[in-house]
Design a protein around this ligand. Sequence first.
Ligand code: AMP
Length: 398
Amino acid sequence: MASLPVLVLNSGSSSIKFSIYEAGDGQRTKLHEGAVDGIGTDLGTFWIKDAEGRKLVDETPALPNRAVAFKLVVDALHSSDFPAPAAIGHRVVCGGPTVKENQLITPQLIDEIDSYAALAPLHTPIAVYIMRESLSLFPGIPNFAILDTYFHRTMPEVVTHMPIPEEYSAMGVRRYGYHGISYESIVYQLEPNVPEKLIVAHLGNGASISAIRNGQCLDTSMGLTPTGGIISGSRTGDIDPGVLLFILHKIAETASSATEAADRLEIVVSKKSGLLGVSELSNDMRDLRDAIKDGNAKARLAVDKFTWTIARWIGSYVAELNGLDMLVFTGGIGENDIAGRAEICAGLGALGIVLDPVRNNVRGEAVISAENSPVTVRVIPPAEDLMIVNHVVRLLGK
Ligand code: AMP
């Protein structure tokens, strides 16, 4: 295949990130990357860098809504400074129960993904908007949906099925799992030596962990929504359902409708909990580490809760995999929070996980386990955009 420019679009609730790759047979070169961030504010950021890190665009526009934000990106990409894309890959967080494969985007496919927006309300609406706009603003160029749920499609039913009445299961309420493109990219980077029994902890502002056997997902901590699983920046993670009912009853005392009460509960569990809720300070691990140095007990409790949850989850996945060959840390915290990796692994010696404190004193790609550790522990940054490009190239070849 001749070399082609591939545009990757990755939208979040308040940002649109993008990159342009030159992709040909076995060759992938990142040419540009950029982001528009702060959608819904008067002072957003919009930047584009070239491969050497030089900023070609660096602005602080007002971003009242996603339409303004995406128009900025499209207008910039249509200028002669950037190669016209030959194909576009969209990161789609949740395909719902029916869209399981990465595929060419058609208006019907967007409608199908949109019909399950309630399953990922923070992520799907903006992705749907961007896909629709992209079909009309880049006419004639193939657009592909690359799903975060795709990697988790191999989870057995005993893992995905929820213990709820069947009528809700029939509506698509089940465990889907997220961060799938990141997990796939870790497996891809380990090829051809993918260990049989692998655990990957994707610890970023959103955090999850997966048990992977022979390169295929066996289990993952996030469930129906990215709010499930381990606690993260501002999300509860898995929680006693009675807690949700208690909070809902409290909210209902002052809510004017059931919908308003549900929306307020959503904000509590997704935006006000996790590290932020416990610390009452920040959802950002760097702030919490600084506060711990100053003796802040709530920051200490929040971080302890985070590392304790992850250690327990690793233990349960070792049981599920019936052993462990390799543990990989990835994501902003996984790659950079040296103390966090040490705290998570401190009590896992009985599972064969032994860190080398000197090797662990690193940010970015490294082997950090001790020489005699039965389990290899590594840090590997995710390569999500590259993974999306790989899927686009594969699908273009079909
Ligand atoms: P991500 O969502 O993958 O970008 O990760 C964001 C998280 O990584 C935030 O909680 C950051 O505080 C954390 N992080 C980034 N750099 C560091 C660092 N040097 N030490 C500790 N945490 C960090």
